[in-house]
Write a protein that binds this ligand. Structure first.
Ligand code: GRG
Length: 308
């Protein structure tokens, strides 16, 4: 059971500082993740699951879920189980993405990838274990929320993971490797699924937990879809502009794997401008919430100026 006793964050124009906000939220999420997955038996698989789950990272997905739930008046501890589950799903997707059969990477989050430490067989199973546990964890640990909202959250997670989300996006991405005729439309479809679907699930699950109206859900979904695509455009830019040390994973990988990317299609400057435009549209969706939406606004703006 996740224990977090902090009051919802109160923000105002004068005192909101994104770095402090992200640091505090990250600290809470790290603690909750650590408590969410104690070592069980067989120890080897729990160690492999914990190795990647607790390897750091920005924790953007759980923070988005918590920030959205708080925006709509929910306490962050009731959303923490879902926030942890989102990070479990994200982590499992990174473990599988790094496998030799997929992107074949040796480093992730500044550490050796899961299969480099535990072998491919255990890495596949660690990903599977995290995926299954994410759903169990939401169902068992979401307290003081009506059951129908929890069922909706489970459906949101399942949809984001499956063939219409991460899995489908990854299949299309693999299919496009080495092809020179990938259009912006195809690339956008890939990334709306591979990256955007989970980011949207973070926002919509936080909203559903808080009992969002259909108007809230639709404007927050638009916010999330826009930041999701912006996030991937910046990811593509960083792959060519940042170092391996800055990224914590091999830089220049898209080029060597002959991946279609936004900088390849549009150049770096236009890609950056398009990401900024998407963030502007995302932020416009938040206007009705006033300064309560400062965290979501600041997160959106951070996405286009992040360095890793
Ligand atoms: C979900 C069943 C299932 C299988 C996985 C491998 C796969 C199918 C999908 C790939 C998904 C993937 C790795 C998308 C890339 C998303 C992305 C931009 C990741 C980097 O996210 P950051 O920068 O990383 O937030 P940190 O380390 O900060 O969390």
């Amino acid at each position: 059971m996740v224990q977090t006793n902090l009051k919802p964050t109160i923000v105002s124009d004068s005192n909101f500082d994104l770095n402090t906000y992200l640091e505090r939220k990250k600290e809470l999420v790290e603690k909750a993740l650590d408590e969410s997955l104690p070592i069980g038996k067989p120890e080897k698989i729990y160690e492999a699951m914990r190795y990647s789950l607790l390897a750091g990272g920005k924790r953007l997905r759980p923070i988005l879920c918590l920030a959205t739930a708080e925006l709509l008046g929910e306490k962050q501890n009731t959303a923490m189980a879902t926030a942890c589950a989102l990070e479990m799903i994200h982590t499992m997707s990174l473990i599988h993405d790094d496998l030799p059969a997929m992107d074949n990477d040796d480093y992730r989050r500044g550490k050796l990838t899961n299969h480099k430490v535990y072998g491919e067989d255990i890495a596949i199973l660690a990903g599977d274990g995290l995926l299954a546990y994410a759903f169990e964890y939401v169902a068992e640990n979401t307290k003081n929320i009506p059951a129908e909202r929890i069922v909706k959250v489970l459906a949101i997670l399942g949809k984001a993971v499956g063939a219409n989300g991460l899995v489908g996006g990854q299949v299309m991405d693999l299919d496009c490797e080495g092809k020179s005729d990938v259009t912006a439309e195809i690339l956008t479809t890939i990334h709306r699924n591979k990256t955007g679907a989970l980011l949207e699930a973070c926002v919509s699950s936080g909203a559903v937990l808080a009992g969002a109206s259909s108007e809230d859900l639709s404007r927050l979904s638009i916010y999330a879809q826009n930041i999701g695509l912006a996030f991937q455009i910046i990811d593509d830019i960083l792959d060519v502009t940042a170092t391996t040390e800055e990224l914590g994973k091999t830089a220049g990988k898209d080029l060597s794997a002959q991946k279609a990317t936004y900088p390849k299609l549009w150049g770096i400057e236009t890609s950056q401008a398009k990401a900024e435009e998407l963030v502007k549209d995302a932020v416009a969706q938040l206007a009705v919430y006033g300064e309560k939406a400062l965290p979501l606004q600041a997160i959106a703006e951070y996405i286009v100026r992040r360095k890793n």
